[in-house]
Ligand binder design. Structure first.
Ligand code: UGA
Length: 437
């Protein structure tokens, strides 16, 4: 059993803390946001993430998981400290490392015995060295080892991804640190989860290379889908058959309104930027970003086309505000880009999302929120679906037709039955399946 402190209780920090306590370690999660800690101590989870509440409750009740705002004490008592604070996009497209650097300084100032300092936050290649130097400068001569241990969890499936990962990446210069980290992940190691032992820089690069590759895959299938629209092919069949080739795999080949979230948009920009800083163009990554930006605008054009290029005073129902299902996160969500464009063109927006409406309201857009898809659709001139929530998959299209003023639907997630839309004489469009029978 290791004594572990996690600094930062955002998505990564909270899931990591809960997950590692589930492995049997003694974990303290700390944050400068006292209100958040207070709520966590009352059992209130600040994010919508399936299974997280159960995991937190279970480990809290067994006293393996604690929440505290006493960061200094948590630093001093820990054998291993995980840095899991945010690295938002800063100026010049670089990651803003202020929070990480502040934490590193605080750790250095309070280093009282040998510890492992491990970064979970996504940080540009080379940051590990910087963090090490900050800690060294701020501390006396007490030894520590630095580890890069990037996280690959997906929002909405974060608990499962943490407890059953495809691989664990541990970047370190020290054999001792690697062995201690192996102990942290002992239950996974026993389950034969691959553990990649590598250098700090390589570990940092693995994270960016993985995220950017997935983003590239999405932009690629979106381009194929757009071409399918133009030549009369069915992107669903194309991506299924592509995926049957083991070298390609069927994952992340679902077309849509473009990727969003807190990771892909930011990480692809940061990777392309890292290339530029090294006088090297990351052509594929830059293209994936461009395609993604255009894809969101393409959805606006598609909707306009369905409405004879006139959105003025048209009521548009937008279903789905979250950047993907099973999360209330709206960061870089398609809705956050598309809705303002529709408003600019004179549209009135009625919307519904099962969990993301409260977050969306913070954007202070002048739109109407409803408690279900039926109320949001009543008397609207058209509907655009942006997030593939399960409850939208089950929409009764006859009921929808009766609710809408005009039966016009743009399904950007390709989840509605084309056969039914056709038989009910909807005027519809989707992404790459326009001419499917
Ligand atoms: C992503 C990665 O999948 C995780 O492995 C990684 O750990 C995480 O970023 C991170 O860096 O923290 P996440 O952003 O939670 O996870 O969500 P994804 O499931 O990857 O989806 C990202 C976006 O791509 C969403 O907007 C989603 O709708 C879109 N997407 C995904 C597609 O348009 N098509 C697909 O086939 C898959």
């Amino acid at each position: 059993m290791k004594k572990i402190t996690i600094i930062g209780t955002g998505y990564v920090g909270l899931v990591t803390g809960a997950g590692i306590s589930e492995f049997g370690h003694d974990v303290t999660c700390v944050d400068i946001n006292k209100d958040k800690i207070k709520k966590l101590n009352l059992g209130k989870i600040p994010i919508y993430e399936p299974e997280l509440e159960t995991l937190v409750k279970r480990n809290k009740s067994k006293d393996r998981l604690k929440f505290s705002s006493d960061i200094i004490k948590a630093i001093k008592t820990a054998e291993i400290i995980f840095i899991a604070v945010g690295t938002p996009q800063g100026e010049n497209n670089d990651s803003d490392l202020t929070a990480v650097e502040n934490v590193a300084k605080l750790i250095g100032e309070n280093l009282n015995k040998y510890k492992i300092i491990c970064t979970k936050s996504t940080v540009p290649v080379g940051t590990g060295k910087k963090i090490e130097n900050i800690i060294k400068l701020a501390s006396s001569s007490i030894l520590f080892d630095y580890v890069s241990n990037p996280e690959f969890l997906r929002e909405g499936a974060a608990v499962k991804d943490f407890l059953i990962p495809d691989r664990i990446v541990i970047g370190s210069r020290s054999k001792k640190a690697f062995e201690i980290m192996q102990e942290v992940y002992r239950p996974l190691y026993l389950n034969e989860t691959p553990i990649v032992s590598t250098s700090i820089e390589t570990a940092e690069m693995i994270k960016y290379a993985s995220n950017a590759f997935l983003a590239l895959k999405i932009s690629y299938i979106n381009e194929i889908a757009n071409l399918c629209d133009l030549v009369g092919a069915d992107v669903n069949v194309v991506s299924k058959a592509m995926g049957q080739d083991g070298r390609i795999s069927s994952k992340f080949l679902h077309p849509g309104p473009g990727f969003g979230g807190s990771c892909f948009p930011k990480d692809t920009i940061a990777l392309a930027n890292a290339g530029k800083q090294n006088n090297f163009r990351m052509n594929t990554v830059e293209a994936a970003i461009k395609t993604n930006n255009e894809q969101k605008l393409r959805m606006v054009s598609k909707l306009k086309l369905l409405l004879n290029n006139n959105l003025k005073n048209k009521t548009i129902t937008v279903l789905g505000l979250a950047f993907k299902p099973e999360t209330n996160d709206i960061r870089d969500a398609a809705a956050a880009i598309i809705i303002p464009k529709l408003i600019e063109s004179g549209a009135i927006i009625n919307t519904y999302d099962p969990v993301a409406m409260e977050n969306f309201k913070l954007l202070k857009l002048n739109i109407n929120y409803f408690n279900n898809w039926q109320d949001a659709s009543r008397d609207a001139d058209a509907l655009i679906l942006l997030t593939e929530w399960n409850e939208f998959r089950g929409i009764d299209l006859l009921e929808l037709k009766l609710l809408l003023k005009t039966p016009i639907v743009l399904d950007t997630k390709n989840i509605l039955s084309i056969k039914k839309l056709k038989s009910l004489e909807f005027n519809y469009d989707n992404v790459g399946r326009k001419t499917v029978n």
